[in-house]
Design a protein around this ligand. Structure first.
Ligand code: PRP
Ligand code: URA
Length: 210
């Protein structure tokens, strides 16, 4: 593993993730906890946004104040489960542009199958955060990042909730320039390439489809 990996550590993140991992967590609480954690993760993933100084007037005096520079940030949600992280990010950065990439992992080959792609324009001028809670084999993450790079994005980060070491290594081999942020690096993948201990199928738990 490399220094392009950040495991975001905070008692609130760990506590909320533990609640999400519990197999008895309801769909409603899983969804709410993911939204809450995504706000805490956003703080770290956007820490190095470029700033500029502008002149403003407070009710008391003029001042030079700092503001985020440049084109609006872009969040790219990998459907479906990425939408669970997206909500909290948009609570924090409501002006962000949003892209969607539809991918599902073929249950037999485990390869990502692409079914949708809608990205904002001027991707080359935006800080782009690709979001998907699960980084298992890394195939979906690598394919999604390849699509945003193809659209011109240069400053790209990947945000997950739970990752597997094998998945991070595979992703990093393909996209060594893309920093990965995650709340947890779990032990391994099982024979079905599910993360162990993980939290199960994130999309199903988020949307109550199983
Ligand atoms: C899950 C998850 C990731 C992918 C991770 O999606 O949200 O996109 O699996 O697995 P990988 O790292 O091995 O590629 P899934 O394919 O289950 O689709 P869904 O979100 O539509 O349920
Ligand atoms: N996708 C999930 O949703 N969970 C896993 O553990 C692996 C892939």
């Amino acid at each position: 593993m490399s220094n392009n990996l950040t495991i975001v550590e905070h008692p609130l993140i760990e506590h909320k993730l533990t609640l999400m991992r519990e197999k008895t967590a309801s769909t409603a609480s899983f969804r709410r906890l993911l939204r809450e954690i995504s706000m805490l993760l956003a703080y770290e993933v956007l820490r190095d946004l470029k700033m500029e100084t502008i002149e403003i007037e407070t009710p008391v005096a003029p001042m030079k104040a700092r503001t985020i520079q440049g084109k609006k940030v872009c969040f790219v949600s990998v459907l479906r489960a990425g939408d669970g992280l997206l909500q909290g990010l948009l609570d924090l950065v409501p002006v962000a542009r949003v892209g969607h990439i539809g991918l599902y992992r073929d249950p037999v080959s485990l390869k990502p199958v692409s079914y949708y792609n809608k990205l904002p324009d001027n991707m080359n001028e935006r800080t782009t955060v690709v979001v998907d809670p699960m980084l298992a084999t890394g195939g979906s993450a690598a394919a999604a990042v390849a699509e945003v790079k193809k659209a011109g994005a240069q400053d790209v980060r990947f945000l997950s909730l739970v990752a597997a070491p094998e998945g991070f290594d595979a992703f990093h081999a393909v996209h060594p320039d893309v920093p990965v942020f995650t709340a947890a690096m779990d032990e391994r993948l099982n024979e079905k390439s599910y993360i162990v201990p993980g939290l199960g199928d994130a999309g199903d738990r988020l949307f109550g489809t199983k």
